[in-house]
Structure formats: structure tokens, C-alpha cells
Design a protein around this ligand. Sequence first.
Ligand code: MIC
Ligand code: SF4
Length: 643
Amino acid sequence: MGRTIAQKIIAAHLLSGDMTPGTEIGLRIDQTLTQDATGTMAYLALENIGIPRVKTEKSLAYIDHNTLQCGFENADDHRYIQSVARKYGVYFSRPGNGICHQVHLERFGKPGKTLIGSDSHTPTAGGLGMLAMGAGGMDVAVAMGGGAYYITMPKMYKVNLTGRLSPWVTAKDISLEILRILSVKGGVGAIIEWGGEGIASLSVPERATITNMGTELGATSSIFPSDEVTRAFLKAQGREQDYVPLSSDPDAEYDRVIDIDLNALQPLLACPHSPDRVAAAADLSSVAVTQVCIGSCTNSSLRDMLRVAAILKGKKIADTVSLSISPGSRQVLAMLAGCGALGELIAAGARVLECACGPCIGMGFSPASAGVSVRTFNRNFEGRSGTRDAQVYLASPETAAATALTGYITDPRTLGIYPEITLPDAFRVDDSGVIAPADPAEAAALPIERGPNIKPFPKGEPLPDAMSLPISLKVGDNITTDHIMPAGAKILPYRSNVPKLAEFCFGVCDESFPARAQQLGRSCVVGGVNYGQGSSREHAALVPLYLGVRAVIAQSFARIHVANLINAGILPLTLENPADYDVLRQGDTLKLEHIHDGIRAGHITAVVAGTGQTVPLACPFSDRQISMLEAGGLLHYTREAGL
Ligand code: MIC
Ligand code: SF4
């Protein structure tokens, strides 16, 4: 039987397992990336592993998330990461050089290779034909040390694009259309391959917009073939030598095939507060908007920025709108400045921010109370913008620019002729924002610079055979890691300080949670479907661990989060009978017995204290995961078992 693109890359990197869907496989990882908000944890873990130098082909540490330096904390983290990178053989992309996924696409991603990153949008590099996945920081540390990265062998989905996009309709609208079709949990357990005649007209940055938002589907990864479009992009980046062709076999089989006719698409937006609440721009024209943000790892390429500049050229944004522009990389910013487009953006009234995540992670630019913000980003979860009652819509750069001009959500097709833009045959290449690591001979003597904000992170405890766990919190469906461990400018500086971070845990759902959990000692949390969707932040496991959470019981879990829970030594247990969700109440105590036998058998029965009601729970863990849980998490396990 023929193979899909992902199956070919997996087969070439397989270290353990046999590629049967649903079973665990171990993969050799060629490249890793970290960003600063998850990077400190990843490098603390790397230090713990105790190898002198990373063993990957290329590892990069990007600084792009925590770039507001309102106190010493973020700057201390940057300095720590730079010092570890220099010592351990990691390339350091300095603040201002750009958003990790955009820079990686431009300068380092390679078709056919594997990449994991401590950021859930790492699949952006799938736009180049790379098998790229988001992971917890500890998993990235293990991969840097030369260890395997373990995933559940995914199912294979194919999306066939036919036809061609109409003027004003974009790759972002394709991303929103697939979210409309599949929902935020429709990609769980799958890798999505994009193909069909329609992909020939999509450039690599447009493909990357689509693979980037595959994360919002819960997919393990998303990938495009590596073809002449890929070659042209790599050539324009001065690295045609990195090109290899890659496509699926004609007789490859897929678990699901979805067809999208590009001719039939129209400009779309995702409505508050979920990326799959999709509606047509034309139907939202009565929504008044006070803020528009253009940028993020989804839509900050030169193509996107030039298009926005062409739309705004010679015009002024509405008086009621504040418009931010964050170019994705220094390359994009330099080229915008060089061709005059930056001047056009400024003249139209845009506020130009640095090349970083910025408003996407609530690092400044929070909307006004109950403000309506249209953003070219990938997530619009409640409170993520930094303003709890803000209404955030997600849209293409074209729709965002049209909206900035009118002050209302605007179908950009109403602007008339789609302005032409010309993309250069060669990008301006300047890698001086990436600092190479020290020579191995000098590295051993180099110091690690640790500021006072960097606290050791909590470690799990060996798994007891019986636990009595009060339910410290019960939450609903689709709980995101932004609910569990919110981000934003006020909280992100504490990403390396778990005790401080703990004060904000589950703040979006229930501000009294941290104090209650601490008072209870050990406890468990109950959730609905798709618990832990969104970001890869392992803080959403480590902080509950610090607060005494020993188990999470849910109807289903998101992929990266469940791995992070196990890495932290927290038991993720799935309700065998989803209706039992209604039986469990906050404040009840659950008795778990014979846990060791239970996790080997894949099944534990919890008993509700007082009522005696039994609740069957599934725990289909691999042998490796069982050993990890028994040891009290990945770091203990790695110490005992090696990489
Ligand atoms: C996000 O988009 O939520 C983030 C911030 O990039 C996260 C990582 C983090 O929480 O630091 C992600 O997507 O993994
Ligand atoms: Fe940064 Fe936003 Fe992309 Fe996350 S989604 S990496 S915060 S730009």
C-alpha cells in the first residue's frame, strides 16, 4: 500500500513502534525550537538531563513572546536562555528577530525533516513539507538530548483543494472553513495532508497559514507536499539546497477525505470565543469594531503585510479604530521598510509594533472594556487578549484591513479591485539576529546566568497505590490551557516562577481555585470534552501539580496536554461512561485504589465517598507512560531509565 507524506517521514524517523494507528511510536527528531515563554522550563529540564551538548541537527531558542520588559523578570529569562543556548549548542534568535514560526519557516525549516517545538503552532513548518509538532518543554528537552519523541500514531486525513481562490479570499479563509467543517476537536489524533490542484496557487507562507491553524483543529500536525512552490520559496530565501521533493503515493489511503472548492469560498471570521464559531464577513457588517490587530504567526509574512499596505495606501483608518501591525520577522520589517510599504502603513494610521507575538498573547494592546477586536491571529479564547469581556474575532489580513478602514466588520470584496502586489524573487537575508552557540571546547567553562525570578520547577512524586482525592474544581467542555494557566502581560513574567504563577491558576474559571486546592492538599479536577486544548504550555500541568492536583478526570483530552500531564506525573483519566460527568460534583471525594494494577490493566474504578457510587475510568497508557507515572513524571523517569 502506498504512503502519505507524513507516513513517509515517520517511517524514515521511526525509533520504536510499528506505525499502527492508535499505538505509541517513538520518532527521531532532527530539529527543535523553543520560545521564551516555555523555553526557561525546557532548558531547566535540559540542565537536569545532564548532557553537555544538544544532539539534534539544529536547535533554536527564539525570544518572541515575553518581550515587554516592565521589570527584570522577562529580561532575566532572556539572559538565562541565551546563556544556556551558548553553552549547550543551541542557536539563539534574539528579541526583535521575529516570531519563532515565521523565522523558522524563512530560515531553518527543511522539507522531509522532523521538528518539535515547545509551542503548539510548530506545525506552521508543515507549509514547507516538514513533519512539525508542538510539544511540552520537557519533551523538547529530551529530543535535544537525542531521545525519541513519542506520539500516538495518528490517523491520516486529506483535504483536497479544487479551483482557485477568488480575489479578496485567502488562505486564512481556508483555515476558517476547515474549522467550520471539523470544529476545534475534529483533528484530534490525525495528521492533515493538504493536496489537490488548488495548492499549486498557494505560496509557502499561505500554506503556512493553513498548517498553523491546523493546531486549532486539535490535529497532531498538518503538512503540504514539497513541490516547485516550495523550491521557489527556498530559492528566494537563498537556500535552494534544502529543497527535496516530497509527495504522497497515488495509492496512499486516508481515514477521511474532505473536499474544499476554493471558488466557492468567501471571506470568513471566527466569532467570540472559539476559532470554530465561523460566520461570513458579509453577515457581520453591523458589528462595530474598536481595534484591529494584524500579525502573529498565522498572518505576518511579507505577502500579508504588503497586501495590507496596498489596501491602506492613500487612505486613513476610521477614527474609532486603533490598528496594530506586527511584522512576523526582521526580514519582513526590513523589506517593508525598503520598499516604502511601511511608510504607507504608518501614513494610514497604523501603530507599528515590534516583530513578536505581542497582542496575540496579551503582551500589550489589550482592548478596552467590552471592546470588539478583529485580529488576524489563530485564537480568540475568552480573556486571552488581556481584557476579560473583550469580543475577539479572527479574520484574514484583507478583512482586517477593510474593517480598519470602515470601523465595522467589512467584507473586503466591497472595496472593489483587489490590489496587486509583487513578491520579490529574492528575500533580504540577514541572519545576524541569530547568534551561534559557543565552540564545544569552550562551552564547558561557560556560566549559566540565572536571575532571581527563575525558581526550580515542581517535580511529581512516585505514584501511590491508593489516593483519596477531593474534586477541587469541576469545569465544562473545551477548557483551554488559557483557562487553566492564563497568559498576558501581567502573568507571563512568572513563567519561570511556578509558586507565583500558581496564584493565577484557573483564574478565568474560578479565582478561588488556588487557595482551595492548596488547602485541600491533594485533589483532582473534573472536565468535559477536549480538556486542555490550545497551547503547549506545560505550566498548565506543572502549576496544578504544585497546587496538589494528582489526577484530572475528563470526557476526553487534547493531545499535547495529556502528554504534559503524564510528564508531570498527574494521572489523566477518561470517563468510560461520559454521563458520569453529571454524577461528579465539586467538593465530592473520589477514592482510587489498586492504582498500579489499574493503570496496567487500562482501567481504574473510582468510588464516590459517601454515596458509594462507582465511576469507571479508562487509562490506556503505554508501558513507557506507566513507568513515567509510577516514577513521578518524565524527569524522574529519565534519570532512572536514561533518554
Ligand atoms: C499560544 O499561542 O498560546 C502560545 C503562547 O504561543 C503557546 C505557548 C505558551 O503558552 O507559551 C502555544 O501555543 O503553545
Ligand atoms: Fe505567538 Fe500567538 Fe503564534 Fe502563540 S499563536 S506563537 S502567541 S503569535
